[in-house]
Design a protein around this ligand. Structure first.
Ligand SMILES: O=C(O)CCC(=O)CC(=O)O
Length: 251
């Protein structure tokens, strides 16, 4: 399936695909988009079940959301691309690095995990969202996404609106991806030069259990833990994330 996407930047520049997290759209990358599109042909898309993309019958698995990126690259006539993804987007990026190494140039993995258990959490969350909608979990989600200091000092209504605007069934179907996904056994197969970014205060993917393990497993990867920073690190630390991405992709 070709997901809804937006392409900006010069046609002849290297391609960078940005993959969104659960409960967001391509707009989560707004803080990075302008700077990155000066140097890359920037492809932002909405994971299936989110934003402008369709919500096919679920549940989904990691092969399907990864396959959507391959379909998108084929559709755009792109042979090889850099991919940066946050959380679910990072899972998609890791799967691409494992399954289709010849299509992937460099990877940036932000606040993500090859195994984000326990499975019951995801089963229960999808059931709750199917029953009561994303509205039922928006407050708790925003607390995981951003530190208390950030929430107190910034207008985050755009993120709340984005989250409650996500299709409930699409959100629930994507919870199933995380519920069933385990990339740990294959992670060491990634050969793409990889930057791993964590948030020191991320309660969803605490760096000691996730980012550091990814870094230890992917040979030659670079690890950066941003402090302060919670789960939606590209929003909370926009300039630091943009600069790290540029440094890694242009090295
Ligand atoms: O952000 C993701 O893509 C998956 C993890 C998550 O849902 C973070 C949260 O707990 O809200």
């Amino acid at each position: 399936m070709i997901p809804h996407h937006i392409v900006t930047g010069p046609d002849d520049a290297p391609v960078l695909v940005l993959s969104n997290s659960l409960g967001t759209t391509h707009e989560m990358w707004d803080p990075q988009a302008e700077a990155l599109a000066e140097r890359f042909r920037l492809v932002r898309y909405d994971t299936r079940g989110h934003g402008g993309s369709r919500t096919p019958h679920g549940p989904y698995d990691i092969e399907e959301v990864g396959g959507d990126v391959i379909d998108l690259l084929d559709h755009l006539g792109v042979e090889k691309a850099h991919v940066a993804g946050l959380s679910l987007g990072g899972m998609t990026a890791m799967w691409l690095g494992i399954a289709t190494p010849r299509r992937i140039d460099r990877l940036v993995l932000l606040c993500t995990s090859p195994l984000m258990g326990p499975p019951e959490t995801w089963r229960d969350r999808s059931a709750l969202v199917r029953a009561e909608g994303t509205q039922a979990i928006v407050d708790a989600t925003l607390e995981r996404w951003l530190t208390a200091d950030y929430r107190a000092s910034h207008d985050i209504s755009w993120l709340r609106d984005m989250f409650v605007g996500i299709d409930d069934e699409g959100y629930a179907n994507c919870c199933s991806i995380i519920q069933h996904m385990d990339l740990t056994a294959n992670l060491a197969q990634i050969v793409a030069p990889t930057l791993v970014i964590g948030g020191a205060q991320d309660p969803a993917t605490p760096p000691a259990q996730h980012a550091e393990k990814i870094h230890q497993t992917i040979l030659g990867s670079r690890l950066e833990i941003l402090d302060p920073g919670a789960h939606l690190i590209s929003v909370e630390r926009p300039d630091a994330v943009t600069n790290l991405i540029l440094e890694h992709l242009e090295a």
